[in-house]
Ligand binder design. Structure first.
Ligand SMILES: Cc1cc2nc3c(=O)[nH]c(=O)nc-3n(C[C@H](O)[C@H](O)[C@H](O)COP(=O)(O)O)c2cc1C
Length: 177
């Protein structure tokens, strides 16, 4: 059996796509987050978790945080998938600090990958949340707008897809290290 498990939670498919790409390249076993029990997770030396970002929350991340005490001696990688551009580490720091204790942060390697959005496919709650986000951003003055804010306003209501297989390369390099 392969000793790498990839576990993911994806509502609209971007995180699943990245998880599949990583699983293919790393020859890892691949599980939806509701399909795998802790006992099974314990069989692996390396655990990779991927979760979509929703209002700065990482979908399904309790799979890692709740089990941390028993998996902490393994190699653990967490990747997030969101709309925000991934070049600014400071955008992700508060998200990481909110979800993970200092001990967890010291033991987990994090990567941030870019997903997409198709407004037509959003459920009613997510549609309303995005509408709220648009209102909040629209109230900012133009010098307060970040590049991501501008992009959200420009693409609001449309379909955008930033998923890119090249984005998994740093994660794969870390896996081999
Ligand atoms: C209601 C809502 C909230 C979101 N919040 C964030 C966010 O806080 N940060 C971010 O980068 N992307 C955010 N996104 C974008 C999603 O993370 C993006 O669509 C991602 O590709 C979703 O992953 P999935 O397709 O695997 O579900 C949000 C999307 C929705 C619909």
């Amino acid at each position: 059996m392969n000793n790498i498990a990839i576990v993911y939670k994806s509502k609209y498919g971007s995180t699943k796509r990245y998880a599949q790409w990583i699983a293919e390249e790393a020859k890892a076993d691949f599980f939806g987050c509701s399909e795998i029990e802790t006992k099974k997770l314990m069989e692996y030396d390396t655990i990779i978790y991927g979760g979509g970002l929703y209002a700065s929350g990482i979908a399904g991340i309790s799979t890692i945080t709740k089990n941390f005490e028993i998996i902490k001696d393994k190699k653990i990688i967490v990747f997030t998938v969101g709309l925000a551009s991934t070049d600014k580490e400071e955008v992700f720091l508060p998200i990481i600090e909110k979800h993970f204790s200092k001990e967890m942060r010291d033991n987990i390697k994090f990567f941030h990958l870019r997903g997409g959005i198709d407004y037509k496919k959003l459920g009613i709650i997510h549609k309303s949340m995005m509408a709220m986000m648009k209102i909040v951003i629209s109230k900012k003055s133009s010098d307060e707008l970040s590049d991501d804010d501008r992009e959200l306003l420009a693409t609001y209501g449309k379909k955008v897809d930033f998923t890119d297989k090249n984005m998994i390369k740093p994660l794969l390099s870390f896996l081999e290290s």
